[in-house]
Design a protein around this ligand. Sequence first.
Ligand code: IMP
Ligand code: MG
Length: 332
Amino acid sequence: MRTIIVGGQYGDEGKGKFISHLALEDNPEIIARGGVGPNAGHEVHYRGKRYPMRMLPCGFTNEKSRLIIGAGVVVDPEVFLKEVEMIGGDQDRCGIDFRATVITAEHKERDATQTPGKIGSTKSGCGPAVMDRAGRVAKTVAEVDELKPYLTDVAKEVNASKNVLVEGSQAFMLSVLYGTYPFCTSKDVSASTIAADVGLGPKSIDHVVMVIKSYTTRVGAGELKGEISVEEAEKLGFQEYGTVTGRPRRTSKDLHWDDLRFAATVNSATQIAVSKIDIRFPGNEGKTNYADLTGEAKAFIEEIEKNLGVPVTLVGTGPDATHIIDRRKEIL
Ligand code: IMP
Ligand code: MG
């Protein structure tokens, strides 16, 4: 089975948590990261520790899975090497496609000075690195000595295995093509592009899991329908702060149905994962059985299924990787 996980809103839907669950549950031989680059911050809680992952796949929680980064990702060598250390320093376990683009100090400098301030970029150098790749003047990871031990052919690896989990980053509404342009990231991040990032063709994918949060948040600028104030969001327990930048996230209480339907279509989502049901509906903390959810929470999940026409197979009920309801065996 080859599964891709993507975000359905503005990022920070809780992909990291579902990825670490699938990694432990499905035992993927390979976990491959697509998406833009270290502008992503996936937060993984594992054995009482918090891991803010920006480059390596969040599925590191399964110690048997190989962790690789696709050709389409722009790589910050410093961030990558730090994360390899953070998860235990095993060089043989981690790899980067030799074709991937390097983020240089100059890219970060340009992101800080040239990316229009109104976009609220994470300033991690991703946009300028993507631009230089398109301009055919970028360096590849093969030109960085410290990365030599990690170079591999990710495209060949993922096509040679039948048990692959592919991790997207950012989210549909931040896509440079389908999102809220120009308030968006520097690449398309829908499932097809994520697949191409790691070298998988459209017919090589069995499942697309689109992750949504029980309410909507966004960091940086751009439209956010139904936005509420930080005070109101704090009162509801919805207020969040960014993993990469520490910025307070903007909040809307609503799910934006038209956007979500469009996201499910373009991503060809076959499953929906819903995070933070316990935050939206107190009384559901740490539940692991669907039957144990409150009536309100169940009605909400049914509403999502009815509106998107896609089954909700995974439900997040708390921060820990084990705080999850997995309905795949019943539904699929
Ligand atoms: P950039 O991709 O760092 O240039 O940022 C462009 C916009 O996308 C900004 O509003 C960022 O906050 C947002 N963004 C980029 N990556 C992520 C992510 O992983 N989660 C949430 N927002 C992101
Ligand atoms: Mg994030």
